[in-house]
Write a protein that binds this ligand. Structure first.
Ligand code: F6P
Length: 745
């Protein structure tokens, strides 16, 4: 629009100026001509009046004067005639113009003395008149009096304003015609070809690569179009080559790495990129409260921890909620940006939600409804109809955003978590050809618990539009199959582990999520060693046994139980006073929800109470660091910690447990792990606990503290083997292999 204005405005201004100059000249000319005609007419009439008035004035014949005046007043546009005597007094005047008597006329004396005629425009009452006066002179050159004719000039001004109006209308019509013509020309010459080229390129991007570009001419636009076509062609060839080479490399059976996953994706998805959808975005731009400047953070989220390395390795597009307060500043016109910032390995597309949408969909339905419904922590789920409506609306918003990106052929979408139970169905309604995998990052409850959800049918139907549904562990899969069997009209195939509803088959599989398994590499790094020294100095940790907890502040994480167990451990083993420190890194989470808010206060109070109970000099048993920590900031804590405590009351997997194991290169560390996490199925060499049983939990801390180094190393080695073999690349590789295999079936 701005560009269009820049193009049209100068032309309009020039046309308007030229037209106005000619218009003004035309008006002036017309006005002069009309006045000239008027003057000539007034002069002629006045002269004939003078001739008749000469005898009347010589005889001072008032009666004849009145008759003469009466006979002249009938002339066209003549307002009045006046006959003056030689003193300048009115002898006779047209009756309808009798008010003319009251007007001051200082010029009369001059006319009588100088014996010259006078014509001038005069204002009288509300209008303008033209007065022409000539002296009446006898044969001896004596002034007998004067005669005056007064003409109406309003017709001159009416004619002028008519002319003005006609000229203005012509100017406006001309300008409108110019604008319309310009718009038509520019649409025909520039816009239409660009629209066609853009559409062609969008289709090319989505995989419709067969058609040639639509610009026929060999002009500048034609040249641009063929350049774009060349780039697109090379891109297509490059993708094909990558895909073929990747298939060759995949034949070799080796440990899952970034490179192997990249090969798998290129081999299986071909030219198509991977599309991931999650509520939480992997990179968030927020305003730093201290500096006031925007900064980029990685949110504390299992989804982000697991999927970011995959996307870094394979590229593709991740669609997530742009929830950072500075997010809008960093996206392009399509709400996209390259991430990680500065490295640009994949595309992040941000979807914007209003406060109401976020409140109802995220805080309300997802986190006050589905989250407690799926976690066995004795927290009642809250289901509000208004939240459900918002949840549906936001799922549709994400579906539209995904649909806008999907390639034309063989698209794959990988949906994350309980925020998007309806997404698969909404996508398939428009694009039934899309292959969809949904991964459920939290536990799935048993059918009795799930049946308390008022929207159970819609949720299950929405999920079953997916081709593949993944859970962390087999028992969550079993719960889901049973739920579908009991609550929905469907057939569960226990051989194939699938659910068939109205002819559509959905496969259900366990895919235990993990971390990249190579966190250890960074522990060699010098900065890390420096950071460990700094932390040890700051918290006086030298010579002490350090246990660590890393969590979002969430009631499922068993944070209160953990503090109580630490308290009980010191209470029962006072010899560890001054020797044992528990550091909790706690990221505030979902703080708008009352339950979370109350929990934060409860933990603050408990930490305060327990530290006060044991305070001796500077030593405190619990160091509670309540803030968001980046993965880089967490790393030195993992490295220095002798023990890591994960005490979730219920958890789908828990990646902190796996991150700790992956980071322990020197094997000197032990993991205390809740039996109620998915990770407990794999990390059986951890010290397993029931976080509700505080006595048992505190004893587990003691046995971890006192565990001989050899045993710790052996256990850690076993766990590291499991984590590095079953790393996140394997997790993603298995899901993609399974999904693409379904496609061929
Ligand atoms: O798996 C559950 C999950 O959605 C994970 O992304 C993550 O562990 C956590 O919840 C993050 O929660 P939020 O995105 O609400 O901060």
């Amino acid at each position: 629009m701005k560009r269009l204005l820049l193009f049209i405005l100068p032309i309009l201004i020039i046309v308007a100026i030229v037209f106005s100059i000619f218009g003004i000249m035309q008006i002036r000319f017309t006005q002069e001509k009309l006045m000239d005609d008027l003057q000539k007419k007034a002069k002629a009439v006045d002269e004939s009046l003078e001739f008749s008035a000469r005898l009347i004035l010589a005889n001072n014949d008032l009666k004849s004067a009145n008759r003469l005046v009466e006979s002249f007043q009938k002339r066209e546009r003549l307002q009045g005639c006046v006959i003056y005597d030689k003193e300048g007094n009115i002898l006779s005047i047209t009756e309808r113009f009798s008010d003319w008597k009251i007007k001051e006329k200082p010029y009369l004396k001059d006319i009588l003395i100088n014996k010259t005629a006078r014509g001038a425009l005069e204002n009288f009452k509300d209008y303008s008149v033209y007065s022409y006066i000539i002296p009446v002179i006898d044969d001896e050159n004596n002034t007998l009096g004067m005669v005056e004719v007064i003409y109406d000039t309003s017709y001159v001004f009416t004619t002028m304003s008519d002319l003005w109006r006609r000229l203005s209308i012509s100017l406006i019509t001309l300008l409108v015609l110019i604008v319309l013509t310009m718009l038509l020309i520019q649409r025909r010459i520039f816009i239409l070809p660009i629209i066609n080229l853009t559409e062609w390129f969008q289709h090319f991007q989505k995989g419709e690569t067969e058609t040639a570009h639509p610009i026929k001419g060999k002009d500048e636009l034609g040249k641009l179009a063929s350049e774009v076509e060349q780039v697109a062609l090379s891109l297509r060839i490059a993708r094909k080559v990558v895909s073929e080479k990747a298939t060759e490399r995949l034949q070799k059976d080796e440990l899952w790495t970034e490179a192997k996953l990249r090969d798998l994706i290129h081999a299986r998805l071909g030219e198509n990129a991977l599309f991931v959808v999650s509520n939480r975005e992997p990179y968030m731009h927020v305003i730093d409260a201290i500096t006031g400047q925007p900064k980029c953070i990685r949110p504390a989220s299992g989804v982000v921890t697991a999927i970011d390395p995959i996307m870094r390795a394979c590229g593709g597009t991740w669609i997530g909620h742009g929830s950072g307060n500075a997010d809008r500043r960093f996206v392009n016109s399509k709400d996209k940006l390259g991430v990680p910032p500065g490295d640009n390995r994949y595309i992040l597309k941000r979807v914007w939600l209003s406060k109401e949408e976020e409140e109802g969909y995220y805080y309300g339905f997802a986190n006050e409804g589905l989250w407690p419904l799926c976690h066995m922590t004795h927290t009642r789920p809250v289901f509000r109809e208004s939240d459900w409506k918002m949840y549906q609306k936001v799922n549709q918003k994400f579906a539209d955003s995904v649909l806008a990106e999907l390639p034309a052929k063989d698209p794959f979408a990988f949906i994350q978590d309980y925020h998007f139970t309806l997404l698969a169905k909404m996508i398939k309604e428009k694009r039934p050809d899309v292959k969809i995998a949904l991964f459920w990052h939290i536990p799935w409850p048993n059918p009795e618990v799930f049946s308390t959800c008022p929207y159970q049918k819609q949720i299950l139907e929405g999920m079953l539009a997916s081709d593949l549904i993944g859970f962390h562990v087999q028992s969550h899969c079993n719960n889901f199959l049973e739920t579908a069997n009991k609550l929905l009209e469907s057939r569960v195939d226990t051989e194939k582990f699938s659910i068939v509803r109205f002819g559509k088959e959905t496969f259900v599989r366990p895919f235990p999520i993990s971390v990249d398994g190579y966190l250890n590499q960074s522990s060699q790094n010098l900065d890390l060693a420096k950071e460990i020294d700094r932390i040890k100095k700051e918290f006086e940790l030298e010579g002490k046994i350090v246990a660590i907890g890393v969590d979002r502040i969430d009631y499922t994480k068993g944070l209160l139980e953990r503090m109580l167990a630490v308290d009980r451990f010191i209470e029962k083993n006072p010899q560890y006073k001054n020797k044992f420190v528990f550091i909790q890194l706690a990221a505030p989470s979902r703080t708008h929800i009352k339950h979370y808010h109350d929990l934060m206060n409860e933990i603050d109070e408990l930490v305060e109470k327990k530290n006060w109970k044991y305070s001796e000099g500077n030593w405190r048993p619990i160091i509670y660091l309540k803030k968001h920590f980046s993965p880089e900031e967490i790393m030195p804590y993992y490295a220095l910690a002798d023990i890591c405590i994960v005490s979730s009351l219920h958890d789908g997997m828990n990646l902190v447990a796996k991150e700790y194991v992956a980071s322990k290169t020197n094997l000197n560390g032990i993991l205390i792990l809740s039996r109620f996490t998915g990770a407990a199925r794999e990390l059986i060499d951890s010290v397993l606990i029931n976080p509700y049983a505080i006595e048992e939990f505190s004893d587990a801390i003691k046995s971890a503290v006192e565990m001989p180094l050899e045993e710790k190393k052996k256990r850690m080695q076993n766990m590291r083997k499991i984590v590095s073999e079953n790393n996140v690349y394997r997790w993603a590789g298995s899901i993609i292999t399974e999904l693409t295999a379904l496609k061929k079936a």
